[in-house]
Structure formats: C-alpha cells, structure tokens
Ligand binder design. Structure first.
Ligand code: DQA
Length: 154
C-alpha cells in the first residue's frame, strides 16, 4: 500500500461553518470520509490530521517525511508565512502536494505567495473538496511511479 498523510493547518477544523461563501459547506470530517473511499480504490494507506499549531504541523510533516510517506498538505494560513514548514518538507525529503479549497490567486495579494510551493511537486487550488481528491490522485500516482532503489545499487 502507498502511505500518504493528509495534513491540515489552522482553522480547517471550522470547515462547514467558516466563511461558506469561500470554503463551501463540506466539513473536514466529510472531506476525510470522501478521501478514505478514494484511498481504498488507489491502494493508499491514509493518515488524516489537522492542527491549529505551526510547530505541531512541522512535527506531522517530519513524521510523514521521515517514514517515507507522501504528504498532501493544506497548510492554510501557514502556506503564506511558514519558513519552518517549508524547511520541514525539504528537510524530511517528503514528496508533497499542496492543496487549497479556494483559488488563492483570485484572493488577497498576501495569499498569492506560497512559501511551500517550491518544495512541493505541485499545487492544486480552487476546486473546493475536489482539490483534495485531485491532489490525492496525483500524489498516489507520483508515489507509485517513484523508482524503487534496487538492493544492488549502493
Ligand atoms: C486555504 C487558503 C488560505 O489562504 C487560507 O488561509 C486558509 C484556507 C484554502 O484551502 O483555500 O485557511 O488554504
């Protein structure tokens, strides 16, 4: 099975009642449920987490990256501010895909900058909960196509 950790940053626990005109009405629990069905079809072992704390998110990234798991990350506001998060992704060698529910490029200028995008394989933004589904599909395929290191190559 392909190990993938879906990591969610601050305020995403409020999905469903948080600015529904921007983020829609799906709760984070509903997004998780949906991804679990998709994960089964993709042969993905899914870990799903959320935190409002930057350091905890850094810890989640390190844990996933060092375990060789792929990371699907909606870092929420930390996307735009966190050097620590970017360093955790690059430092742990994680294969990561960045996702956002809203189209961050159609919003305020401060959301146009992502500090983590340069260390991610790709970014999906603007498709609501489908951003997660598209991201999981892309990441699972990337993980599956990673060339396994053969035992004779050392
Ligand atoms: C978000 C976009 C961020 O700019 C914002 O801070 C969020 C959610 C999104 O999923 O659209 O909290 O990551």
């Amino acid at each position: 099975m392909i190990p993938i950790h879906v990591l969610n940053g601050p305020n995403l626990n409020l999905l469903g009642r948080r600015e529904p005109g921007i983020y829609g009405t799906a709760t984070l629990a509903a997004i998780e449920c949906d991804l679990r069905v998709q994960a089964e079809a993709l042969d993905v072992a899914l870990t799903f987490r959320q935190t409002n704390h930057e350091g905890e998110l850094v810890g989640f990234v390190q844990e996933a990256g060092l375990a060789g798991a792929g990371i699907l990350i909606n870092a929420a506001a930390y996307t735009h501010t966190s050097v620590a998060l970017r360093d955790a992704i690059s430092g742990s060698g994680a294969l990561a895909v960045e996702v956002h529910l809203s189209n961050v490029h159609a919003r305020e200028a401060f959301r146009h900058v992502s500090l983590i995008a340069p260390v991610c394989a790709g970014v999906i933004s603007g498709f609501g909960p489908r951003s997660y589904r598209l991201g999981l599909d892309a990441l699972a395929h990337l993980m599956a196509s990673r060339t396994p290191i053969s035992a004779s190559e050392d």
